[in-house]
Design a protein around this ligand. Sequence first.
Ligand code: G1P
Length: 290
Amino acid sequence: MKVRKAVIPAAGLGTRFLPGTKALAKEMFPIIDKPTIQFIVEEAKKSGIEDILVVTGKGKRPIEDHFDSVPELEQNLKEKGKDDLLELVQQTTDINLYFIRQSHPRGLGDAVLMAKDFVGDEPFVVMLGDDVMDDKVPLTKQLIDRYEDTHASTLAVMKVPHEEVNKYGVIDPISEPKSGLFDVKQFVEKPDVDKAPSDLAIIGRYLLTPEIFEMLETQAPGAGNEIQLTDAIDRLNKIQRVFAHEFKGDRYDVGYKFGYLKTSIQYGLTHPEVKDELKAYIKEIASQLD
Ligand code: G1P
């Protein structure tokens, strides 16, 4: 069955970015000129996804507005002959987006469970907004290609520094991967650094079969007393195979301050309007730093 649907959980409170997130959803923080969630939606589009459900919470209305048309602005740009800007504004409306509100966030697993009716009986992808991915073939497309071969749930993983494994879901691989695909013994959410089964962390892209919802409906709270998607996936792996696909591209974590800053710099270095000035500026200040 073709993978057509994606779920983007975006109900988090953004406490790591306070006070910036008091009135503005963190998904709307721009990297130069583009809200972080737009990078995720663009990856979905490039991967052939047709319908996206965004699981939102309080204060997330600007996300809906961002992907809606703005007739007055569009008219104004048209009259002034600013066709390139008009195209930028209109591009964001070219996708079917659906929204559901999660009134009491109880963890990632719980947010994904809100997508049960939207997904129905199809395989689907979950895309986390804090992870911006860059590769020749979009990571979501890589997972879809894997699914077309295996018809099994597949998560994206990446090697991370050992001392950081406690920030992630981590896999216990059964053996060396076969062409980048691991069989997995166990999926563990946020293990202690000295107990982690590997340094292969789950990064924010999951291709899941609909059976995940049966697991989520009965999932007890885990790490941080939250309903963890990783725990439900570990149980799914006991009844159907769940693979891990190693991502070799670039991953930018915009979910914490320094990651957000790094992503802005990296994107700035490729952005036609600012890249030359930014390069010169970095060189200038680098020579003055001790
Ligand atoms: C979530 C998942 C975790 C995953 C991580 C990737 O954690 O629970 O398994 O490794 O995203 O970014 P969070 O960052 O929401 O704590």
